[in-house]
Design a protein around this ligand. Structure first.
Ligand code: NAP
Length: 538
């Protein structure tokens, strides 16, 4: 404590969507002294780092934005249904400027660790600039998909060409013109990047370990009349998405797909397919997530679409997912993804049929005993999701305990926003909250509002310490697991299940509440209304 150079009411780590809103709320609503630390040289977080070709939001932009700035909701004009990364970054820059947020953000600064001081109830926060500051509250706004997963491919150091990970793409861009390019991975990121890279590259080889179910994004300009209608109804929209299951205007069909006639369900599937985006995933028959038989019917529709789009039957078969139920992995949105495999310059190397990646050589990738010569390799291999970015902060709670110790068998949290043994720490969209299973800005706003109210209540009542009790945390963990175990989600080797990183303990990372984000919001509000039930305040 004695060594702290500055004292803040709150330190916020990260200046993406969540950090910007948290700063705005604590500083301008509560009048607190806040410092935000950000590793990047400007705002944006996820949208600062993920600059790979084709990066764009997967939720409709009219709800992928801050809803607390009512005037901006009316003023801001998105250029298309799913804007590209530079446009989202421009939006966040605009918000930062409009609300004068940058004056409280220290850029180019990484938080290297923080310890909770049990005598003073303050967090001591350290940065890579050698600073040590004290803060009553520490709030992580580090994103859920920000800790890069770069698998330790044998021989990578020998590769004489260039290689990049999608989540750390050069800010100057990469010119693929005339190059032989390899893309490793076929998740939501690769599905966006592959069609873009294929347009430039002389040759593109896609290394697929697991085929995914992709549905059309149907990006494009939004009809100006629809934009007008939405702007006139923003209050209604905001209320609906806040109360909805996924923070989207999508609602399951409350009926079994098995009860629908063939004609009826085909017409529903066609409608979802034509609507594009997450409709096929989140506005489908509800038993799709619970019954394998129901799921097979939905999956079969997508398989037929793949076969009718991809001209070479062998490639089409490789692209047909096998071994996981539809919807149990994050839905990738496709803009010419399947069509891209009809280009003569594009080849698919599938681990199951052609053999997996054995090593990176000086001149390319060796897979299934065959060498594929490459000039550039793009790794779209994802993230150590949700727990990774928090563990990387080197936080020490009571008795110097670390998150790595506390979470050796998977995350343990209360509501995904607090952790027993880590008082005065709040984790925006942390593990075991709806987070990645929702439209992120909706969940971010809910957490920011709840944290702000909590800190305000503490200050009004003179409390300096709030901490989740171990029993409330255990009950929450049991609830999270009980709910998800009734679904097919646990059967997939997805990053939701922590299964993408070898050795990561298998655990479902987000919260799939019975009523989604709307029900979760109610639950959090009830807990606050009961004097922060499950927390100890001192
Ligand atoms: P991902 O879904 O984890 O996909 C990673 C890909 O790399 C998978 O195909 C995976 O295969 C493969 N892979 C991983 N390790 C490998 C290895 N050692 N050898 C060979 N292949 C390997 O990651 P992502 O595509 O970056 O997407 C992560 C999440 O980011 C998405 O699910 C989504 O939530 C988010 N995202 C959002 C947007 C948006 O909203 N605009 C866009 C893109 C991504 P397996 O499937 O076999 O593990």
């Amino acid at each position: 404590m004695a060594s702290a150079t500055q004292h803040f009411d709150a330190v916020v780590i990260g200046a993406g969507f969540s950090g910007l809103h948290m700063l705005k709320s604590l500083r301008d609503k509560l009048g607190l002294k806040v410092r935000v630390y950000e590793t990047g040289d400007t705002v944006g977080g996820t949208w600062y780092w993920n600059r790979y070709p084709g990066a764009r939001c997967d939720s409709d932009a009219y709800i992928y934005c801050f809803t607390w700035d009512k005037q901006l909701l009316q003023e801001w004009e998105w250029s298309e249904r799913y804007p590209e990364q530079p446009e989202i970054l421009r939006y966040l820059e605009h918000v930062a400027k409009r609300h004068d947020l940058k004056r409280d953000i220290q850029f180019n600064t990484r938080v290297t660790g923080a310890e909770f001081d049990e005598n003073t109830n303050l967090w001591m926060v350290h940065t890579d600039k050698g600073e040590e500051v004290a803060a009553r509250h520490l709030i992580t706004a580090v994103g859920t998909l920000s800790d890069t997963n770069m698998p330790p491919f044998k021989g990578l150091e020998k590769f004489r060409g260039k290689w990049y990970h999608t989540s750390r793409f050069p800010h100057t861009g990469v010119d693929f013109t005339g190059k032989r390019v390899g893309v490793v991975g076929t998740g939501a990121t690769a599905v966006q990047a592959i069609p873009e890279i294929a347009q430039q590259a002389k040759q593109l080889i896609v290394f697929q370990r697991t085929a995914n179910y992709c549905v059309p994004a149907r990006n494009g300009k939004v009809d100006p009349e629809l934009v007008k209608t939405r702007k006139a109804d923003y209050e209604g929209i905001v209320q609906r998405i806040r109360e909805s299951f996924f923070g989207q205007e999508h609602y399951f069909i409350p009926k079994s797909v098995l009860e629908a006639t063939r004609e009826e369900r085909e017409s529903v599937f066609d409608r979802m397919w034509d609507a594009g985006g997450f409709a096929f995933w989140l506005a489908n028959y509800q038993d799709m997530f619970f019954s394998q038989e129901a799921n097979d019917v939905c999956a079969d529709y997508i398989k037929r679409k793949i076969r009718s789009t991809v001209k070479d039957p062998r490639t089409a078969e490789k692209l047909i997912p096998k071994g996981h139920a539809y919807g149990t992995k994050r839905q990738p949105l496709d803009t010419n993804y399947y069509e891209t495999f009809n280009r003569d310059s594009v080849q698919l190397v599938d681990a199951k049929t052609d053999g997996g990646i054995e090593e990176i050589t000086e001149t390319g990738i060796r897979a299934g005993g065959k060498e594929y010569p490459l000039d550039i390799i793009v790794f779209a291999t994802g993230f150590d999701a949700m727990t990774g970015p928090l563990k990387a902060l080197n936080l020490r709670g009571r008795a110097g305990r670390t998150l790595t110790q506390e979470w050796h068998d998977g995350p343990h949290t209360y509501l995904g926003v607090a952790i027993a043994g880590f008082p005065n720490l709040f984790t925006i969209t942390g593990p075991q909250s709806p987070s990645v299973l929702s439209n992120m800005p909706v969940s971010i706003e809910q957490h920011v509002e709840w944290i702000t109210d909590c800190i305000e209540t503490m200050r009004k009542s003179g409390k300096t310490c709030i901490e989740a009790t171990p029993s409330a945390q255990d009950q929450w963990g049991a609830h999270v697991n009980e709910i998800v175990s009734a679904t097919l989600m646990t059967t997939a080797n997805s990053w939701y299940m922590s299964a993408n990183i070898p050795g990561k303990p298998r655990a479902f990372l987000p919260y799939l509440g019975p009523e989604g984000v709307g029900g979760y919001r109610k639950k959090c509000d009830e807990i606050a209304a009961k004097g922060y039930e499950g927390f100890e305040l001192a």
